[in-house]
Design a protein around this ligand. Structure first.
Ligand code: GTP
Ligand code: MG
Length: 228
């Protein structure tokens, strides 16, 4: 019985995530779902991405947190439109929340919407939020066994970033193992090694993101032309 109820909620989330996708497509906005553990460096990476990409794309951010608005304040200081989602204890963001938040942005003024999901390697992976693609962070201090232990997060992500790569000398972290485990659960996944602190690996990641964003927005424009 419980399983049936859960299934219905998931299906409902899928319907709503399709609605979110349609709204984003109408405005040619690429939504990127950024996920990872608490402290993996999601906000730090988003700040770096904004700095590198803001001249090319009009960027907005949704900050998901269980409590508080520290990360939203960080983004706001950059002069980037941001909305804080306080999940009031929930461990993930659902499409319904994103649907409610979209009208809080001037959608005509956005090309890219980055969502920082709740710090968690489990629940966020289960919920589509209308994203065009997913980026999962795994920071070096967390350990190289995390893909093995939390496979869904990495199986459902388009890109995996081994983050805080500058910390590699200080931890027994086998980056090849992470890459192999990630490709084992998700053969299509792109794997990056990057540090928001030193900037290493960032150009490669940025190249990937630019290509993905452009491909998504081109496809949205073509669909719009076909179905005006
Ligand atoms: N050494 C190193 N530290 C980093 C890097 N990126 C972030 N940090 C540090 O890691 C800590 C957590 O970074 P955040 O960006 O707040 O992490 P987060 O994933 O947004 O955390 P939550 O929002 O709480 O889940 C901070 O002290 C950062 O300075 C990095 O590339 N290298
Ligand atoms: Mg954060």
């Amino acid at each position: 019985m419980e399983i049936k109820v859960m299934h219905q909620i998931m299906e409902w989330n899928e319907d709503v995530s399709d609605q979110v996708k349609a709204t984003l497509a109408e405005h040619r906005i690429c939504l990127i779902n950024v996920m990872g553990s608490p402290g993996a460096g999601k906000t730090s990476l988003i700040v770096k991405l904004i700095a590198a990409l803001r001249d090319e794309y009009r960027i907005g951010v949704i900050e998901g947190d269980i409590a508080g608005q520290i990360d939203a304040e960080t983004i706001d200081k950059l002069g980037i439109p941001v909305v804080q989602l306080d999940t009031d204890g929930a461990c993930h963001i659902e499409a319904e929340s994103v649907r409610h938040m979209l009208p809080l942005f001037d959608l005509e003024q956005l090309d890219v919407l980055i969502v920082e999901n709740i710090g968690n390697l489990v629940c966020p992976a289960e919920f589509n939020i209308g994203e065009a693609f997913r980026v999962a962070l795994l920071s070096v201090p967390e350990g190289d066994d995390k893909v093995h232990k939390y496979p869904l997060m990495f199986a459902t992500s388009d890109a995996v970033v081994m983050h805080k790569y500058d910390m590699l000398p200080y931890f027994d972290f086998d980056d090849k193992r992470v890459e192999n485990d990630a490709k084992g659960v998700n053969p299509q996944v792109k794997v990056f090694r990057a540090s928001s602190r030193t900037g290493e690996g960032m150009e490669e990641l940025l190249g990937y993101l630019r290509a993905r964003i452009d491909a998504v927005r081109t496809a949205q424009a073509e669909t719009k032309e076909e179905n005006p």
